[in-house]
Design a binder for this molecule. Structure first.
Ligand code: AHG
Ligand code: MN
Ligand code: MN
Ligand code: MN
Length: 348
């Protein structure tokens, strides 16, 4: 009969978005923005996979507002993301790790979503062919700062900054794409977390991880222990305790760290455990950026039943004061993050 599910009924990102539209969870404008992000990720994935062949490894010769030496692919991925978001006509403002300031998009003709993104995460891994990713978040424009006076650049800039500096609680959509053994797009629109694997034969993101739930506890911790010496004594005590197998029935934790937030986070989401980038003596707020790294990952983790914390507060509650503000980040299994918080806060 016509309603029997055909064995060839493919659930793709496109059909998943249409289902969400049909049930009224998202509107057509947001579906269009998400589709344009998926297109950007397909393009970036193909550039990343062929970087060594098309002379796209190595440095661009510029530094970004973070003070980092930009890789060629940092710059190109940023352009790909920006172009796709402009062309979709539903984006009002974009903020990127690779742009000093947020940018108002002229090509908007319907829907004025605010999109924040890290176009290429873990880019120090590119030249070694180790997994990298892209991270994104989508907000409604904040009503009190509608973009009217496009001709007053200073006022415009202020409004753009206000539009992107919203707490993670306001995120309509958060997601990332992992460029690794597979290209996997993982996202949430506030009703659970879904993963789509790119089928290169048809160029579609196919549903591969419906309704991801992170294990309540896990035996993997993911920290750059090279910074151990400059961590607080509570932070050091936390890591020491994970290594003390007598506390864990004789089975110590395993350490896994590849230096790409997207890769380390994706493994944590599926296997359980905890990823952390603590503050330290040199950088009390750590290294990761709240707007387009900490907040989107925290929303995804919470939607999967986990937690996202600075060690002292819930990441999603923080209202950014600056576009590129950094915050310490601990994300993963709820039990693991709560244990970390209890040690950092000297709670029994
Ligand atoms: P990005 O490449 O977007 O600047 O982000 C790099 C981040 C994150 O991906 C990763 O977890 C972290 O930097 C690694 O930092 P360390 O090399 O200091 O461990
Ligand atoms: Mn960077
Ligand atoms: Mn990053
Ligand atoms: Mn980046």
């Amino acid at each position: 009969d016509a309603n029997k599910k055909s064995q060839y009924a493919l659930q793709t990102l496109t059909t998943w978005l249409l289902d969400l539209e049909r049930e009224g969870t998202i509107d057509n404008e947001l579906a269009t923005v998400i589709s344009s992000i998926a297109t950007a990720c397909k393009q970036i994935g193909s550039l990343v996979n062929r970087a060594g062949i098309s002379n796209l490894t190595g440095l661009a010769g510029e530094t970004n507002v973070q003070g980092e030496d930009q890789k060629k692919l940092d710059v190109i991925s940023n352009e790909v993301f920006s172009n796709c978001l402009r062309q979709c006509g539903r984006t009002g403002i974009i903020a990127s790790e690779e742009e000093d300031q947020p940018v108002a998009v002229e090509e908007t003709f319907s829907g004025e979503y605010v999109v924040v993104f890290d176009p290429l995460d873990g880019s120090s891994n590119i030249d070694a062919g180790i997994s990298v990713g892209s991270i994104f978040g989508v907000y409604e424009p904040s009503p009190e700062c509608r973009i009217e006076d496009m001709d007053d650049p200073e006022a415009m800039m202020q409004k753009c900054v206000l539009n992107v500096c919203q707490a993670g609680n306001e995120l309509l959509c958060a997601g990332y794409t992992l460029y690794s053994s597979s290209t996997i797009l993982v996202l949430t629109v506030g009703k659970g977390v879904y993963g789509f694997t790119l089928d290169p034969l048809i160029g579609e993101f196919v549903l591969s991880h419906p309704d991801i739930k992170i294990p309540e506890k896990g035996k993997i911790y993911s920290f750059n222990e090279g910074n151990y010496q400059s961590w607080s004594k509570e932070q050091q005590a936390y890591i020491d305790s994970l290594k003390d197998s007598s506390q864990w029935g004789g089975k110590p934790y395993s350490s896994r760290y590849i230096g790409s937030l997207v890769g380390d986070f994706h493994r944590t989401l599926l296997y359980g455990g905890i990823y952390g980038y603590p503050g330290d003596a040199k950088n009390p707020n750590g290294k990761l950026r709240l707007l387009y790294e900490c907040a989107p990952m925290s929303m995804i983790c919470e939607q999967a039943g986990g937690a996202g914390s600075t060690g002292f507060q819930r990441v999603l509650d923080i209202v950014p004061t600056k576009v590129h503000e950094r915050q310490p980040l601990f994300v993963g299994s709820k039990w693991e993050v709560e244990y970390l918080e209890s040690v950092l806060q000297n709670k029994p």
